[in-house]
Design a protein around this ligand. Structure first.
Ligand SMILES: Nc1nc2c(ncn2[C@@H]2O[C@H](COP(=O)(O)OP(=O)(O)OP(=O)(O)O)[C@@H](O)[C@H]2O)c(=O)[nH]1
Ligand SMILES: [Mg+2]
Length: 1135
């Protein structure tokens, strides 16, 4: 079949009812790209023979070498289904966890998805993730159960066993969607209740929002329609396939075949083919209860048995006669080279791909079951348009009107243009249509043929003359031919050769391309549009811009908005691009020339009323960091540029410059890191680079004092030991009367000018609270934003859903923080940190100090009344928070962020003016040399780049009443920040300190033979097996384990090597775990001396990690000196 012409595709683009935007999603290696190959082959872009082997959409070299997909790429296909022509914009996505951000970028642009599941492996971790992603984006999935051939050839299941196995897989998939659906229905139900309640409240105006509500949980589930939701072959949303052998079918096809053969109605067959029905041959009737009566189910008898016997004849027994019979009964035509081929699989796929072509089955399902761009639901549009905590109804009216444009998906001139760019990617300039070698037209071929003949004739003639007249110089081409002078012909040849070769330089360059979807309007080449950043506020834009303002006008400066023109539009065709003049609504396209105004993703529109789309749901968290430097220092500018490009081209990679000046690259995992480094070397920087060892993140925390020592003996005085150390470690030169640590761990610190003092105590938060804080960062961030607005006196519309989430979060915290120690702690939360949303808490335990609660958005009655304290103290509130933020951002052990620590401020004295003896005391205490160090906190030198930092500095200074304190100390607010920070650090050190390590979870599937080796590798790397189970119906074991990130490098490779490639783990970041050993432990008791020796020099894992981090950061590390070194060498004499 010839490839579909560009004109045809352009024509199809204009009919959105027949467009399907879809992506292929699955766990790694379940066969997405192989399936995509089959679909691409159906359009004649690659040959059927190569389908499954070529992996056409894996266009990168490393993708081909490693055999995994690393980026999502799109291709437009044409399919004729019934009497309708369809345009399918297909996006293949990667399945490896490291690249799950690429999946997010693909899912956003689609309306539907093909979820592929391996028939042997079943539902795997990433399958669940992609199903959830599809769900979150409200796109409809269909299912392909792939690799059925493995059930026959590898697992050697009988057709009956395979049927049971397939049913189980279907159940597993449906269980995942079912749980997603249930939680959604319950959520909606809760929201409805909430609305009802609010209405009632408005009427009565008595009840508060936070009151607990009692739901009838089962209600709602019964009413909700879930028939569309589940995968079921009789619904037509499941295809069984073996992409590698090129076959696939839905039960519709078999129902159709057998209704003709057996004279049973197709509808009846459709309902009974998948299920507990059997065929009563005598009565020629379909009966229920196959299992109970021990009969063969219809699906086995009519469908699977055929396939099983085909494999048996062709692959297992190689029975030529039988094959011939089958071939003739199926009406399949075979080429003799296929039937003679030594590999039976070739013959098999030749038969199967004609009998049950997988592309037919899958594409028909896609056309029938997936929605077109016109079917976009109101719910999805509202979700896309409502950024953050805002409710759709609170958007400006003009913005709300755009919803209709989304729903209409119109391509008329007056439809507003709305485009979403989900990622930027690079293409080689070579691949651009303008630089590509276009295929020769017939005339050109004829012309070339003529020229070649002519050259040949000239050469012959020249030879002849040379032979006749040996003295003449043998210049070929100098002989004028009949009717055509020689000069012309050579000139032509030169021009042809010139056309073929491109300038060297151009070949090396890259072009950025935006991966985008157009939701409304029609985009034309050269058109100017507004580029709306994620923080753009349409209300602000509309108020600042004149009415009817266009992107082509000269627009005033609006925050987070810029203008750009669409330089070029492309149809994405896998490895190729085709240039387009305009693209109507509902299509996926590539846009060139946006690299200056779009970093990773953006919303483009001709209307300033358009809101930015909600950010992508990123599943992967960048966690692996490396510092990068060029091999030759002079290449630094190239590296900086290269890293900037890489940052733009990769949705997940982060690039930053650390305080130390190092260029750091943060990636999702080892494979991703490798790809980013390759990209830097070969594409973006084109220099030799060296990368440091991965920088492993740690967290610092405190724990309850241990009850037993290292040899499990009861311990009573450990606490005191810790306090001694704090005193010893107090920085030299600090007068001890500014710092006081009492035996219970309360640290009191006075500012250098003696005007203020703070008393802080640190305590570990319960583990559940820390996990809750960690999983609620988004919510805390929203809470902080709302509080910020309230503080500034602005009112915000917060959606009831967000309010409810905040109330739920508070209730959860209250239920977790129980007991005497935490009494009314939740009410007294002052701040979260670091960065105002981290997993540490600052508590207000100052008697009599009242401040607006962090939960003030929950009480509608406005901020509570201020307490008895002076306005001056409240002005300094911010300094305390900033000090806390700084302290939690980098801890005293190795300057890593804190986690799970609660600091409670128990006393806080501030004198608003200098006491009379102030000057004297300063001199007496001789702390003046310290002041600069403390003042520094205000500047940027001690403030890590990312910290929101001492935001209060200047503003506090302005607000500060009365005379400033003596110049050498700087403003009170600044000193307070430093004092608070130091107090927190000392309070932290007064408790038993521990390091926390980042942990991966990994699921490894392995056969029984290699199980032992897998355990070996896990054990060596400090991994812990959580559970192990046998996968039903297979001889595979599924092992779930946790592994410290610090030990994970090379883990996947080692496992693969040790098991000869039979097991390959996927590492996903899961949580932080306290390393139980104390890094500062020294033997104290007699037993400990006995057990560990005087120097206790057996490996202390925590100390090893701490020292490694300190060394990397250039901090002081206590080194071991060799006390008694002896030369071990024996010097030979007279040698
Ligand atoms: N036996 C069998 N193997 C298959 C089938 N389909 C794909 N494979 C093999 O499975 C492996 C992975 O196939 P891919 O198509 O690259 O898988 P993928 O889902 O695209 O993988 P990622 O993109 O890396 O997530 C390849 O070795 C294929 O040959 C099938 O139907 N049967
Ligand atoms: Mg792939």
């Amino acid at each position: 079949m010839a490839p579909t012409s560009l004109d045809r595709i352009v024509a199809l683009q204009r009919n959105p009812a027949n467009i399907r935007n879809l992506c292929i999603l699955a766990h790694v290696d379940h066969g997405k790209t192989t399936l995509a190959d089959c679909l691409v082959a159906s359009n004649g872009i690659i040959s059927n023979r190569l389908a499954g082997k070529l992996r056409y959409l894996d266009s990168r070299e490393d993708e081909q070498i490693r055999g995994i997909t690393m980026k999502s790429s799109a291709i437009s296909l044409h399919h004729r289904n019934g009497d309708q022509d369809y345009l399918l914009n297909l996006i293949d996505s990667p399945g490896h966890v490291d690249f799950s951000s690429e999946v997010s970028t693909a899912v956003r642009l689609c309306d539907g998805a093909i979820v592929v599941v391996d028939a042997v492996e079943g539902v795997c971790p990433q399958t669940q993730v992609v199903l959830r992603q599809a769900w979150l984006e409200n796109i409809r999935p269909v299912l392909v159960i792939n690799k059925i051939d493995r059930l026959i050839l590898e697992l050697k299941l009988s057709s009956q066993e395979a049927f049971i196995h397939l049913q189980k897989i279907l159940e597993q998939v449906n269980a995942v969607t079912g749980s997603l659906f249930t939680s959604k229905v319950l959520e909606e139900r809760a929201e409805k209740e909430k609305k009802k309640k609010e209405d009632e409240k408005n009427e009565k105006e008595v009840e508060t929002l936070t009151r607990d509500q009692v739901y009838d949980w089962s209600a709602g589930l019964e009413e909700a329609d879930d028939s569309q939701l589940y995968f079921s072959p009789d619904q037509g949303n499941v295809v069984f396939a073996s992409a590698i052998d090129g076959w696939g079918f839905s039960i519709q096809q078999f129902a159709h075949i057998y209704s003709q053969k057996m004279g049973i109605k197709a509808e009846v067959l459709l309902k009974t083919l998948w299920g507990d029905y059997y065929l009563n041959a005598k009565a020629k009737r379909i009966m229920k209860g196959a299992q109970a009566k021990g009969k063969k189910p219809l699906f086995v008898q009519l469908v699977l048995d055929n396939i099983w016997s085909l494999y048996d004849a062709v692959v297992t027994r190689r029975d030529k006669d039988k094959v011939e019979k089958v071939v003739s009964s199926l009406g399949v035509k075979l080429m003799s080279r296929d039937s003679r081929h030594s590999d039976p699989k070739v013959l098999l796929s030749a038969i199967c791909s004609q009998w049950l072509p997988v592309s037919q089955a899958v594409l028909a399902m896609v056309c029938e079951k997936l929605p077109s761009p016109l079917d976009i639901t109101e719910e999805r549009v509202e979700k896309l348009m409502s950024v953050g905590a805002r409710i759709f109804e609170s958007l400006p009216e003009q913005t709300q009107e755009l919803k209709r444009a989304f729903l209409r998906c119109g391509s008329e001139e007056d439809d507003p243009l709305i485009i979403f760019v989900s990622k930027m990617f690079v293409v080689d300039n070579k691949a651009l249509p303008k630089n590509r070698q276009r295929p020769l037209t017939h005339e050109e071929i004829a012309q070339r043929r003529d020229l070649a003949r002519q050259r040949h004739a000239e050469k012959l003639a020249a030879d002849q003359t040379a032979a006749e007249n040996p003295s003449a110089p043998p210049i070929s081409g100098s002989m004028p031919q009949e009717g055509q002078p020689a000069e012309v012909s050579t000139a032509k040849m030169e021009s042809l050769t010139l056309n073929d070769s491109k300038p060297q330089e151009e070949e090396e360059q890259q072009t950025f391309m935006a991966f985008a979807r157009i939701y409304s309007g029609v985009v034309k080449k050269g058109q100017r549009v507004f580029v709306l950043g994620p923080k753009y506020d349409p209300a602000k834009g509309l108020s600042m811009l004149p009415v009817g303002c266009m992107a082509s006008d000269c627009v005033p400066e609006v925050p987070h908005m810029s203008c750009c023109s669409m330089e070029s539009l492309y149809l994405l065709m896998g490895r190729d691009l085709e240039e387009l003049q305009q693209v109507p609504a509902g299509n996926v396209l590539g846009i060139g020339g946006l690299e200056e105004c779009v970093l990773k993703s953006a919303t483009l529109s001709t209307s300033p009323a358009c809101p930015p789309f909600i950010p992508l749901n990123m599943e992967a968290m960048p966690i692996v960091r490396v510092a990068i430097e060029p091999k030759h220092p002079s290449d630094m500018p190239k590296l900086v540029r290269g890293m900037r490009l890489l940052n733009q081209a990769d949705p997940c990679a982060e690039v930053l410059i650390q305080e130390t000046g190092e260029h750091v690259l943060v990636t999702a995992g080892e494979v991703h890191l490798q790809r980013c480094l390759d990209d830097l070397r070969e594409r973006f920087a084109k220099i030799e680079i060296s990368a440091s060892k991965p920088i492993i993140p740690f967290r610092e925390t405190v724990v309850r004092p241990p009850k037993v020592d290292m040899v499990n003996e009861e311990l009573g005085h450990q606490h005191k030991v810790a306090i001694h150390r704090v005193k010893e470690e107090a920085p030299q030169g600090r007068s001890s009367d500014t710092l006081h640590v009492d035996p219970s761990g309360l640290v009191t610190l006075t500012t250098p000018n003696r005007l203020a003092s703070v008393s802080v105590r640190a305590a570990p938060l319960p583990q559940d609270v820390t996990s809750l804080l960690e999983s609620s960062t988004e919510l805390i961030r929203t809470l902080e934003q709302v509080n910020m607005s309230l503080r500034e006196g602005r009112s915000v519309d917060v959606s009831p859903r967000t309010l409810e989430a905040i109330a739920g979060f508070k209730a959860q915290l209250e239920s977790l923080l129980q007991g005497r120690r935490w009494r009314s702690a939740v009410e007294h939360i002052w701040a979260f940190g670091p960065r105002r949303y981290g997993p540490n808490i600052l508590l207000n335990s100052v008697e009599g100090y009242q401040r607006p609660s962090v939960w003030q958005c929950l009480c509608r009655g406005g901020p509570p009344e201020a307490g008895a304290q002076t306005a001056f103290t409240r002005d300094l509130d911010n300094s305390i928070v900033s000090g806390f933020q700084l302290a939690t951002l980098s801890g005293p052990m190795c300057e890593e962020p804190l986690m799970g620590v609660c600091f409670s401020l128990e006393r806080w004295d501030v004198q608003s003016s200098a006491p009379p003896q102030h000057q004297d005391s300063v001199e007496e205490a001789s702390v003046s040399h310290e002041a600069p160090a403390d003042c520094k906190v205000q500047g940027s030198s001690e403030t890590p780049a990312k910290a929101e930092g001492p935001v209060s500095g200047p503003s506090q200074a302005r607000r500060r009443p009365e005379a400033p304190p003596p110049g050498c100390y700087g403003p009170v607010s600044g000193q307070l920040i430093a004092a608070m920070k130091e107090a927190c650090r000392h309070a932290f050190q007064a408790q038993p300190q521990r390091l926390m390590a980042a942990m991966y979870t990994c699921e490894i599937m392995a056969t029984a033979e290699v199980l032992g080796r897998v355990y070996g590798v896990l054990g060596k790397r400090e991994g812990r097996v959580l559970h192990e189970e046998m996968k039903e119906g297979t001889d595979m074991f599924l092992i779930k384990a946790v592994l410290p990130v610090a030990e994970s490098f090379g883990f996947a490779d080692e496992i693969r090597k040790r098991t000869s490639g039979l097991a390959s783990p996927q590492l996903v970041f899961s949580h932080w775990e306290v390393i139980s050993s104390d890094p500062y432990w020294v033997p104290t008791t007699e037993e400990e001396y006995l057990h560990f020796g005087e120097k206790a020099d057996s490996a202390n894992q925590a100390l090893k990690y701490t020292n490694a981090v300190r060394r990397r950061k250039g901090l002081y590390v206590e080194g071991k000196t060799v006390e008694h070194a002896e030369k071990q060498r024996t010097l030979g004499k007279n040698k």
